[in-house]
Design a protein around this ligand. Sequence first.
Ligand code: S3P
Length: 164
Amino acid sequence: MDDYTDFIKTNLSKPIVLVGMMGAGKTHIGRLLAKNLELEFHDSDSLIEEKAGMPVPEIFEVFGEDKFRSSEELTILDLLEKPPCVIATGGGAVMNEAVLKALQERSISLWLDADIEDIYERIKDHKNRPLLQTENPKETLRILMEERRALYEKAAITVTTKPG
Ligand code: S3P
C-alpha cells in the first residue's frame, strides 16, 4: 500500500458507497477499490439475493419491485452501520428518500457516471435486469437516467468512466 492509500484508509471514517446506473461498473470498481484500500467489500444486490434465496429478477417476479425496494432500503441502512468499507448499491437505490438521506449523512458517496451508449453496449446481452426487459431497453435506460441524474449528482464524488 502506498502512502496515499494508507492516508485514505487511516482517515476514512465512513463507508465509501458507489452509486450510479446499472452497468456503470459499481461492483467491479467497488471490488477493486476495496482490494486496494484493504477494506471489506459489500454488494447490496448480492445481500438482498442471499436473504431472499433467489436472484433479483425472480424477486421482482415473485414479490414485486416494491418488496425489492424495501429489502434494498433495509440492506443499505444496515450496511451503513458497518465500519469503513466499500459498498456497491443497485442503480435505483438513490430513488429511496431514506437511503438517499443516509448516504448523504453517513457515507462518502461516489457516483460512477457512465454514458448510456457505453452502458447499453455492456449490458445488452444480459437478461438479469428486470427493469430493462422492455421493447427498447436503450430508451428505458435513457428515461431512468433522466429520472435519477439529479439524485446521482448529490454524490460527494463524481467519477466519469469511459470503457477501457
Ligand atoms: C436496478 C439496478 C440493479 C438491481 C435491480 C434494479 C435499478 O442493480 O438493483 O435490477 O433500478 O437500476 P445494478 O445497478 O447493480 O445493475
